[in-house]
Design a protein around this ligand. Structure first.
Ligand SMILES: O=P(O)(O)OC[C@H]1O[C@H](O[C@H]2O[C@H](CO)[C@@H](O)[C@H](O)[C@H]2O)[C@H](O)[C@@H](O)[C@@H]1O
Length: 248
């Protein structure tokens, strides 16, 4: 039975035998109206690098963003990462893409999405190549139109699924999710054989929580969602940074 975040116990302090997986938006960093305005607070990168050293490198970012965008946000660090909700992966040097860039069908959907959201100032279309996000954080009145557009567009995109999120609807290939990405990392050094720990806030993170729970790990819901399978909770990104030991 899912529990409310407020009833979830806090996670233990990070331990040397963990494989630590961290979601980004809404978990490590606060939400902003425009995804391009989101930034990583001072001290976060240095602390994550220190934690990665403590874990012999077993720390990865697991995000809906592209890995190239994560690299810009967390520069100069290049952490192991899963991007696009698991469709991109980097264990050490190279980024492996599990789905091809969107073709003509996707280009048409992107153009039509821009038209569908044009009447709603502040609503945004984020073109991620193989995936597409329709955002309405700054235009809540666009929510129903964005969801209706995304549901309708699925018929035009073979092999795609709708990934709902926090003030966002995303269209992405159904080839992977955050759970399959975490499971794949756990097959390889330095992640293999460690206690999997995953912190995240959104519906896409539930796939990761399920994998971590099934392996006896530690799942951590950030925020107050009430429909999660996570077994631990933290209130917000500031609490996540405190838990990780980021200096204030
Ligand atoms: O898996 P995550 O790292 O949490 O990424 C999920 C999506 O995050 C971004 O959108 C979210 O954050 C934006 C910036 O704060 C916010 O404006 C938006 O409302 C949120 O949904 C990102 O833009 C997406 O591509 C990610 O999939």
């Amino acid at each position: 039975m899912p529990a409310t975040a407020i009833s979830l116990p806090s996670p233990p302090v990070p331990a040397r035998d963990w494989a630590l997986f961290l979601d980004v938006d809404g978990c490590l960093i606060e939400f902003t109206d425009d995804p391009d305005d989101a930034g990583v607070q001072p001290g976060v990168v240095d602390r994550l690098l220190a934690l990665s050293g403590m874990l012999d490198g077993a720390l990865a970012l697991v995000s809906g963003r592209r890995i190239a965008m994560l690299d810009r946000m967390f520069a100069p660090a290049l952490f192991p990462a899963a991007g696009l909700h698991g469709l991109e992966r980097r264990l050490d040097a190279d980024i492996v893409a599990l789905a091809e860039e969107g073709g003509a069908d996707m280009r048409g959907v992107v153009e039509d999405a821009r038209q569908a959201l044009a009447p709603f100032p502040g609503a945004l279309v984020e073109d991620k190549g193989v995936a597409l996000a329709l955002h309405w954080r700054a235009a809540p009145e666009a929510a129903a139109s964005a969801m209706a557009f995304a549901e309708g567009a699925l018929a035009r995109l073979s092999g795609y699924r709708l990934q709902p999120g926090d003030h966002v609807a995303e269209l992405k290939p159904d080839a992977a999710d955050k759970g399959t990405a975490i499971a794949a990392f756990l097959e390889h050094a330095p992640f293999r054989g460690r206690v999997p720990v995953f912190a995240g806030d959104d519906l896409t993170d539930e796939h990761g929580f399920e994998v971590v729970n099934a392996r006896g790990g530690i799942s951590i819901l950030v925020g107050g969602r009430t429909d999660s399978v996570a077994r631990h909770g933290l209130a917000d990104p500031a609490a996540v940074r405190d838990w990780l030991g980021v200096a204030r």
